[in-house]
Design a binder for this molecule. Structure first.
Ligand SMILES: [Zn+2]
Length: 412
């Protein structure tokens, strides 16, 4: 049993005081000194080592004794003595929280696997694994000093960071010093030649008042369908609109897919390979940023204009199994977009409704409810055989998603 308090547990305790937690992240670019850089890289290696060791021991233990080697037992009985072993002293040089977090990552990987969300946990290879480690907040060991523009991290001490640009939506950095705010964990990572720290922040705020069902304005309930050509198709009840992926994003994604295809043709480890890989990483990061920016703006607009947003639930397992790059980029984008919608709606006491992904959103005529079983994927427009209503495939689907959401809420 893990002793970690979940957000749900903490919120239960805060409820009596009329308060709740607000969770968010903040990514800062950091500028480690040469010495710090060496230590960071050592920590990446040690975390990977511990992760692989625990995974391997846990697998062995299960196949030999049919019992599960739990994190807490492993930590006390294996990992800590391991640090004392000759030849493994390097484990003592690095942040001990990073090693503990590596163990917990194995545990999390197992639980995601048991929930059928991912494949069986795999070993991390030196070449391909993400360069990152996680550290946890204990006794003020992670602190941001805004005057000196440094962040204090375990073992690394003070690391310089770049102050993010201040604007209306990005004043999170200023909240860090407040008494109601706590950094719970930090992930230190390297992408190309750049280093980042991404902080998980918990803030105690007055309870957000939830919008009551009988106060919902029907014209502010919207259904969103994920498009193939368009990023999303929305119904706002009266008129409808489609939002395409912006052109710059489509272009850079095309570039990305092209580069990705070229990579296997180069000899692994060669100069050209490394160069191509570095370029690929850079474009990856750029595209990810552009996409995130686009999704933040779009979700903000939708949330300002609406009170309830209805979407189809995505099949995460299906997403992972899909190896077509273009499709998986768009699925991952949509998945992230829905998480943006969810937390932004919650912050305002508004609601996200997810409908069953097997709901026949495309095939039902939104006008009379007749199911068009003949509809194929290539039919972009169709006419209902019963009521003669003409439909745009995607707009009709988004209207059906909206209706289904209203039915779930008991509003129709
Ligand atoms: Zn009809």
């Amino acid at each position: 049993m893990s002793m970690r308090l979940t957000v749900k547990d903490k919120n239960k305790l805060l409820l009596d005081e009329g308060k709740q937690l607000l969770n968010y992240g903040l990514v800062l670019r950091i500028y480690p000194s040469e010495e710090q850089e060496t230590l960071i890289n050592k920590t990446f290696g040690c975390s990977r080592f511990i992760y692989n060791k625990y995974l391997s021991d846990r697998k062995d233990c299960f196949s030999n004794t049919k019992t599960t080697l739990r994190v807490n037992n492993y930590k006390a009985e294996v990992m800590n003595p391991l640090k004392q072993k000759k030849g493994l002293e390097f484990l003592k040089e690095v942040d001990k929280f990073a090693l503990e977090a590596a163990l917990e990552n194995v545990e999390d990987a197992y639980s995601r696997f048991f929930k059928h969300q991912t494949n069986f946990p795999r070993f991390k290879s030196k070449k391909h694994a993400k360069k990152s480690y996680t550290t946890k907040y204990t006794n003020d060991n992670i602190r941001v000093d805004l005057d000196k523009v440094v962040i204090r991290l375990p073992k690394l001490k003070e690391v310089l960071f770049a102050l993010p640009k201040q604007n209306k939506t990005n004043n999170k950095i200023l909240n860090i010093g407040k008494e109601t705010t706590k950094i719970t964990k930090a992930i230190i990572s390297q992408k190309g030649t750049r280093y980042y720290v991404s902080l998980t922040i918990e803030e105690v705020i007055p309870l957000i008042k939830k919008l009551e069902l009988n106060n919902i304005d029907n014209s502010k309930i919207i259904g969103l369908d994920m498009g193939l050509k368009d990023f999303l198709i929305a119904s706002n009840g009266r008129d409808n609109f489609k939002t395409s992926n912006p052109k710059f994003l489509r272009n850079s994604e095309k570039k990305l897919i092209k580069l990705q295809k070229k990579l296997p043709k180069k000899i692994e480890g060669s100069k050209n390979y490394l160069k191509a890989k570095e370029r690929l990483n850079l474009i990856h990061a750029q595209v990810a940023n552009q996409r995130k920016d686009f999704m933040h703006k779009l979700s903000r607009k939708l949330i300002n204009e609406n009170q309830v947003i209805v979407v189809e639930d995505l099949n995460i397992k299906g997403m992972i199994k899909n190896h077509k790059l273009a499709k998986s980029i768009s699925d991952a984008g949509w998945y992230k977009f829905v998480t943006f919608l969810k937390y932004k709606l919650e912050w305002q006491g508004k609601q996200l409704v997810k409908i069953d992904r097997f709901f026949a959103s495309s095939k039902l005529c939104n006008h009379c409810g007749t199911k068009n079983i003949m509809l194929t994927l290539s039919d972009r427009e169709w006419t209902c055989s019963k009521c003669n209503q003409k439909h745009d495939r995607d707009i009709n689907a988004s209207l059906n998603i909206r209706s289904e959401g209203m039915r779930i809420l008991g509003l129709v």
